[in-house]
Design a binder for this molecule. Structure first.
Ligand code: GGG
Length: 354
């Protein structure tokens, strides 16, 4: 059986880390006898937008729907396309169109990565952010009136549906059952008076089916502080779309670098392809220098293989980058080294064993 994978490098460092992700995925596939076929697409990029005036072709859904997985780099090039146009025109269309309602973002302190908090060692920080990925604060409902006048007003709505909230919270509880039986919910129900109390209500109601899962809830402000000061407290953290986006950058930053963080945009029923990408964006500030850390893209590739049913190959990739990082001889600048993206990618690919 051959799995078909759509490759979408996107913008900025997405185009630099993708070849290293593919190098490692291909190597693992070769060693574990996995059939993979790849097709690369140039859309979801500023270059495509410059040519076509839109981020995706009109038939993007039909073009991608029969792939087994989508392997994505990063999107965003604000010099050319406003950020909200590039994100809403590409990645958010994939997440919504393919109902990838779970954003799964592991946060782990890796060996050899200098932890910003003294005294933390690998094993101390190991949790997963489960981010709602299709609604919440990321809604395209709103508008602007009296534009350009002193009466100018802007409204943006948050949408929380019973289906949308319940399915992500249920997923998080089930994941907590399989991990450390501890769920943390991110809220702000003291200040946001309709949507967040509803979120809290559903977290409490769905908890009845999981009496052995310990649940705590923190307002997002103090939760952010706890992420920095006590990242070892967490096991599974469930959050709305915006809160989850913020927490899943903050979490990896507390483990030393966002460059290593992976993400799976999962359609749990499997009716549509899931998408795997690094958490980081296109990083225009370092794009073109060849110094991006490829580990987030490589780890996302491991998550993709796991999702496709190849846990052994996925584990071999993770084991390889953990060993390379622990040795510390080849490190990109975010890890305190001078290696290039390609040098680190090559080193990790060479370290993969069956
Ligand atoms: N590889 C992830 C990426 O390109 N992120 C750009 C971004 O701004 N993402 C926001 C989001 O994940 O909602």
């Amino acid at each position: 059986m051959t799995h078909s994978i759509a490759v979408i490098p996107g913008d900025g460092i997405g185009t630099e880390v993708m070849p290293e992700g593919l190098r490692c995925v291909r190597r693992a596939a070769e060693l574990f006898g996995i059939g993979l076929s790849f097709e690369e697409f140039d859309f979801a990029s500023a270059a495509y937008w410059s040519k076509h005036g839109q981020m995706l072709p009109d038939n993007w859904f039909d073009t991608l729907k029969d792939f087994d997985a989508l392997y994505f780099g990063a999107v965003g090039w604000p010099e050319t396309v406003p950020d909200h146009v590039s994100l809403w025109g590409s990645l958010l269309q994939f997440r919504r169109g393919f109902d990838q309602y779970v954003s799964l973002r592991p946060v782990r302190l890796l060996p050899g990565v200098p932890a910003p908090l003294a005294g933390r060692v690998p094993g101390d920080i190991d949790f997963v952010v489960v981010r709602e990925n299709t609604e919440g604060e990321y809604s395209d409902i709103g508008g602007r009136i009296f534009e350009g006048t002193d009466r100018e007003a802007v409204v943006q709505q948050t949408v929380m549906t019973r289906t949308g909230v319940d399915r992500i919270v249920r997923y998080a509880y089930e994941l907590a059952e399989r991990r450390g039986k501890h769920l943390t919910s991110a809220t702000k129900s003291n200040g946001i008076s309709y949507s967040m109390p509803y979120w809290d209500e559903r977290v409490a109601a769905l908890g009845a089916a999981h009496p052995d899962v310990r649940v705590d809830k923190f307002h997002i402000d103090i939760l952010s502080a706890h992420f920095v000061l006590h990242p070892d407290w967490f096991d599974v953290v469930v959050a709305s779309n915006l809160f989850g986006d913020i927490l899943s950058d903050l979490g990896p930053a507390c483990t030393g670098t966002i460059g290593v963080a992976p993400s799976g945009n999962i359609n749990p029923g499997g009716a549509h392809p899931s998408l795997f990408e690094p958490v980081h964006g296109s990083a225009p500030d370092i794009a073109g220098q060849g110094i991006a850390n490829p580990v987030g893209q490589i780890w996302a590739g491991a998550m993709m293989l796991d999702h496709l049913g190849h846990a052994d190959a996925a584990a071999a990739i993770v084991d390889a980058f953990e060993r390379v990082l622990a040795r510390g001889e080849v490190r990109t600048p975010d890890l305190g080294g001078t290696a290039t993206c390609t040098e680190l990618g090559r080193e990790i690919a060479a370290a993969i064993t069956a």
